[in-house]
Design a protein around this ligand. Sequence first.
Ligand SMILES: [Zn+2]
Length: 378
Amino acid sequence: MTSSDHVSTLVLKTPGRASKASPSDVRRNNRSLIFSLLFPGSQYSRADLGRLTGLSRVAISDVVNSMLDDGLIRENGYETKTNGKGKRGTLLGIDPTRLRIITINLSNAHFIQGAVTDLLGNSLKQAEIALSVKKRVDIGTISNLIAKLAEGCEHIIGISIAAVGVVHDGVINRSTEFDWRNIDLETPLERQFKKPVIITNAVVCSMLTERFFGHAGPNMLFVEVDRGIGAATLLDDAVIIGENHAGGEIGHISVDPNGPKCPCGKRGCLEMLVSSPALRTRMRGALPDEQVSILTEAGGRLASALATPIGLLDMNDVCIYGPADIVNTAFLNAAQQYLDRTTTSTFRHHTVVRRCECGPNTTVRGAAIVMVRNLLER
Ligand SMILES: [Zn+2]
């Protein structure tokens, strides 16, 4: 058994399936449970899995065999017994060798990024399509990229798309970036490729990568600072989407009523004050000291918007994902100092602000995790 007893249960959360489980629900839940114990990098023997889940040997054997057949998990050699007694069990782990996922990232301004990944979200093949200056992106462009990625690829379990804006049921309800309103990506792409298609908010995708491959636990406030400002919340390993599927859309919350006018009609929205284009414009030609004070002000502003939700949710971990020239030490220190001043007290735990360091494929990798999660719920 590995030392990682802090096991994630994210993939097994299936809302609305709690009552009156049918045999197929039980089987699905058991698969999900075992997968989530192994994902991403744990290895357990059948006996370990029995102890951890409370399932009988017969049940474990049945579920494990079906998962081996489906290519979800594989046998990774024998465990090392410290006491030298008893039969050594075969270790089971996630199988990255068979099943493939196509992931598409629509959150970049100048290109669409695509990849074929394994079940752990590792990119095995990458491709991208540059967008014209007008940022034209349509379903045809996306489907060309998918076709290119799918060429010669076997065992594709689905297509997972990370998109900016409000996403619900395969439809991008609103994306100011691409000027989309109610664009259904799921139906035409499923029809064309005959595979399940899932569309998810890109910040949620990035947050899932931080959860499984970064340093986060089951609770975090994840904020993406780039062209736009978006946030995602993880509470007890559940992603909080919100009543109108717009949870985390904090870019147009006004933090300065006298600030610059925003295209949305208000003044001083976070996106006008803290987004990377806004800050880069202000820093252009400024002296190094002035640049530091611009980023210090920006870090404080962002923290001022986050202080209340941090207190409300009793959140210890704030993870910020963004370009290194913006989300740097000056920015993070200013955010930390603001939160120390405003949220810490004798009865309120210290909240840590830190940078997401999962690298350039954070969003694409998260899209793969979304597809894995979906696969287990089917
Ligand atoms: Zn606005």
